[in-house]
Design a protein around this ligand. Structure first.
Ligand code: 13P
Ligand code: SF4
Length: 344
């Protein structure tokens, strides 16, 4: 159905009283995470998106850094970048709307080439993906002949195509070790790379990329949070090493959830993107979250109105040239094979 044929209430969502009744449970959930005056403003968009999603047969995937009204309001699949990549492979949908950043949508398209993949804002980038180009990887290979290249999924399709394997922060150590080499070129995050190097005997050659969100945390902030709020500290490995040294636990987005389930801390500060705490708070009602509110400006480009527009107009399609996709797919498949315990 083209956008012009859609009924008026789906084209231009408006508040109406029945929304309060139809979304009573969701409203209660969102009121625990957002200022309560915001919730009624989100409901018309959520309602229209859910109807359009059914109309289009779409699956909406949302990264853990998406805002609560997206994460809890409209997503079918939520999780870290590894979980979203696995879901793109397994979900069998004809249409995916990826609420995250561009490299995540590209990853879904590469893994699932027959699926149409849309991103609500094509400009949602990533400072890590922007830090390295395919020509840089070729130059590294020329300087270190025979040394395998592992690239973080936070890279463009072109960089993945030049890599032997991809990894996420959830599986970086396993992927590096699965390469069967004493030395590995690891790119582009120098902090994640330094952390992985501290966990393995494999020698890593690093690139100088950084996450613009995680690099801003400081050890002094971490100490202040601990002293002032008596919290346990959990940090993402994209943070600088002196911040990781202050943490009780260092782990990926998914590992943070697993740690909370295991440790059940009374109070915790997650040293990572702000929405992580919002999206975990419901799962751990007995834990108090002290929330350092560092927002990823790229993740926050995704909003309910632009998800609605993307489903309405089928806009924001992500395309990857076939030759690049085929080479990048090999690197991504090697990563997914490591997750299944296979030799790569
Ligand atoms: P995850 O791999 O943990 O999902 O992280 C992605 C990301 O962008 C971290 O900043
Ligand atoms: Fe990229 Fe950092 Fe944003 Fe993650 S949080 S998408 S690594 S800029």
């Amino acid at each position: 159905m083209s956008a012009a044929d859609l009924p008026e209430h789906l084209l231009r969502p408006r508040w109406h009283p029945a929304l309060e009744r139809d979304y009573a449970e969701l409203s209660t959930t969102l009121e625990r995470l957002l200022p309560c005056v915001e919730v009624p403003m989100h409901l018309p968009w959520i309602d229209a998106i859910l109807q359009l999603k059914r109309e289009r047969g779409a699956v909406i995937m949302a990264h853990s850094y998406q805002s609560p009204e997206i994460f809890h309001g409209v997503a079918d699949v939520t999780g870290d970048s590894l979980a979203l990549a696995q879901a793109a492979k397994d979900c069998g949908a004809d249409l995916i709307v990826l609420c995250g950043v561009h490299f995540m949508a590209e990853t879904a398209k590469i893994i699932s080439p027959d699926t149409r993949v849309l991103i609500p804002d094509l400009r949602a980038g990533c400072s890590l993906a922007d830090s390295i180009a395919a020509a840089d990887v070729r130059a590294l290979r020329a300087r270190h002949p025979g040394v395998p290249v592992v690239s973080y999924v936070n890279t463009t399709a072109e960089v993945k195509a030049e890599s032997d394997a991809c990894c996420t922060s959830a599986n970086a150590v396993q992927v590096v070790e699965a390469m069967g080499s004493d030395r590995v070129i690891f790119l582009p995050d120098r902090y994640l790379g330094a952390y992985v190097a501290s966990q393995t005997a494999v020698e890593l050659m690093l690139w100088d990329g950084c996450c613009e969100v995680h690099e801003t945390f400081t050890a002094a902030q971490a100490r202040h949070a601990r002293e002032r709020f008596d919290v346990r500290l959990v940090a993402h490995p994209e943070c600088p090493p002196e911040v990781l040294a202050e943490a009780d636990f260092v782990g990926s987005t998914s590992a943070m959830g697993a740690w909370l389930a295991r440790e059940k801390p009374e109070r915790v500060a997650l040293i990572t993107e702000c929405s992580m705490a919002d999206n975990l708070r419901l799962r751990f009602p007995d834990t108090e979250f002290i929330q350092p509110c560092n927002l990823c400006p790229h993740m926050k480009r995704i909003t309910l109105p632009n998800i609605h527009a993307c489903l309405r107009d089928l806009s924001g399609e992500v395309m990857v040239p076939a030759g690049i996709a085929a080479r990048a797919r090999r690197a991504l498949e090697r990563m997914l094979a490591v997750g299944r315990g296979e030799r790569v």
